[in-house]
Design a protein around this ligand. Structure first.
Ligand SMILES: Nc1ncnc2c1ncn2[C@@H]1O[C@H](COP(=O)(O)OP(=O)(O)O)[C@@H](O)[C@H]1O
Ligand SMILES: [Mg+2]
Length: 304
């Protein structure tokens, strides 16, 4: 089993593979640390020439711009996010790490408009458009995709029909004619093969009776079929064995273009070796009792 990134002392040193020169783009500090639950970004150490090159970056247009985002649980009013700043540009891969309960999943759910949460302050712009008042389905049609940490079942709806509906909704928005089932099969079939999934999964109801690993593969199948300008991947590595993780990572890497971006949440170095991030952020909670945490997490938190 892979070790959590933070479980090694090397995890926070400049010699860590996470921060090595094999990373496709520099890891640089992008935002001032906010107050309560904040994002801290790890800068990769590099030679002067590389520093100069990095200073010229970033080049892509901003895709997602989050400023001073605060959000609470709708039912109880409990504040979870209290000042998150994050900019993701076209073509960038961002990773968020941080201890359990620091608000990582909440951030992604707020971005896609999950009904359990209420934005109480700050702004979220996606391709320059204000996301906050947009319905979740409109966010999806705008090009935002989320792979959930715990994907839900949709009883009575086959995977095939679900994917076809999602693809046709996207096509309709772009003024393209709907695909028929036969035509769509030729689109979906190679993607099922690429993920080494049994084609029978297309006939099964969405996630019904799927194992944890099968659900994760299915989430990435949805992403590869539906497509996205920004994919939010919440712990896609959980429940996957080494081979499955490689298949999923290959599928994600195969979707990357200079225009689209990924935000992935993970605790593990292994995923970051397979999908190389441009930036790594640490979600930090002001109220975290670092002295009660294992020393590895203390180090990770203090060293950013
Ligand atoms: N719907 C909710 N109701 C109550 N508490 C919640 C809800 N969603 C998140 N929380 C709480 O907010 C904190 C952050 O949760 P989460 O975003 O899932 O953390 P992470 O993904 O970093 O582990 C946790 O303490 C969690 O219990
Ligand atoms: Mg989570």
């Amino acid at each position: 089993m892979a070790q959590p990134l933070a479980a090694s002392g090397a995890a926070v040193s400049s010699s860590s593979p996470l921060f090595s020169s094999s990373s496709s783009r520099p890891i640089a500090r992008r935002h001032a640390p906010p107050s309560y639950v904040s994002m801290r970004t790890r800068r990769r150490r590099q030679p002067a020439a590389a520093e100069a090159a990095a200073a010229a970056e970033p080049s892509g247009s901003p895709l997602l711009e989050v400023r001073g985002l605060t959000a609470s649980v709708k039912e109880t009013g409990q504040q979870i996010l209290a000042g998150v700043d994050l900019t993701i540009r076209e073509g960038e891969i961002h990773a968020i790490m941080g201890k359990n309960g620091s608000g990582k999943s909440t951030l992604t759910k707020v971005l896609v408009g999950h009904p359990h949460y209420e934005v109480t302050g700050g702004t979220i712009l996606f391709k320059g458009e204000d996301l906050v008042d947009m319905e979740p389905e409109d966010r999806s049609l705008a090009g935002l995709f989320m792979s959930f940490q715990a994907p839900i079942e949709i009883p009575g709806v086959s995977n095939f029909d679900f994917l076809l509906m999602a693809v046709n909704a996207r096509r309709e928005k772009s003024g393209l004619p709907a695909l028929g089932p036969l035509e769509f099969y030729s689109v979906v079939s190679p993607k099922v093969d690429a993920l080494k999934m049994d084609p029978k999964f297309l006939d099964r109801n969405v996630n019904e009776g799927f194992s944890g690993g099968e659900r994760k593969r299915n989430e990435i199948l949805q992403l590869s079929v539906i497509g996205a300008d920004l994919a939010l991947l919440d712990e896609i590595d959980s429940g996957l064995d080494v081979d499955a993780l490689e298949d999923v990572a290959n599928a994600v890497n195969g979707l990357l273009t200079p225009q689209n971006s990924v935000l992935m949440i993970t605790h593990y170095q292994r995923l970051l070796d397979l999908i190389k991030p441009s930036y790594v952020h640490i979600m930090v909670s002001r109220i975290a009792k670092y002295d009660l945490l294992p020393s590895d997490l203390t180090c990770l938190a203090r060293c950013v």
